[in-house]
Design a protein around this ligand. Structure first.
Ligand SMILES: [Fe+2]
Length: 157
């Protein structure tokens, strides 16, 4: 099965990911971003935390998901030095503007991250060592769920 989609067919991943600390209580990573590459919309499982923008700048978009569609609800530009808070269950994506370096601190460790595949209209649970992109290697997808053709009832944002 081909893994190429409009979302993940870039020649390389949107960032290089270096895991500094991972234990049940926390996870700390450094990301070196590829200029102008979007990561995929994703959450962080049950974890929440902070993104420290050390160098460069980012565009961050936040979304809500109703079971059928992923709807952008906000967008902001963030220039280093800055810190973004990301709560448990929040869905976002980011694009680096030029050379950008971020440090991500999550509590507890990010387990069962969901990545939203816009091209296939699927929600993927990816391997815990996978970044926020649709894996080209299908073995990194632990589960996938097709989006509904009709929205489920959601409370107002
Ligand atoms: Fe994230």
């Amino acid at each position: 099965m081909s893994e190429s989609t409009a979302i993940d067919d870039a020649s390389r991943d949107p960032y290089a990911r270096t895991l500094l600390v991972a234990d049940p209580d926390r996870e700390i990573l450094v990301m070196r971003w590829v200029a102008d590459a979007w990561c995929a919309p994703h959450d962080h499982g049950e974890a929440g935390g902070h993104v420290h923008v050390l160098e460069g700048a980012l565009v961050e978009r936040r979304y809500r998901f109703d079971g059928a569609n992923l709807e952008p609800i906000s967008e902001r530009h963030v220039v280093a030095p800055a810190i973004l808070e990301v709560g448990p269950g929040e869905i976002h994506d980011m694009r680096a503007i030029g050379t950008t370096t971020t440090v991500h601190v999550y509590r507890p460790r990010v387990l069962g991250m969901r990545v939203y595949d816009l091209a296939r209209r699927e929600t993927l649970v990816v391997s815990d060592d996978c970044g926020a992109w649709v894996p080209r290697d299908a073995s990194l997808v632990r589960a996938r769920e097709a989006w509904s053709s009709t929205p489920t009832t959601m409370p107002p944002a």
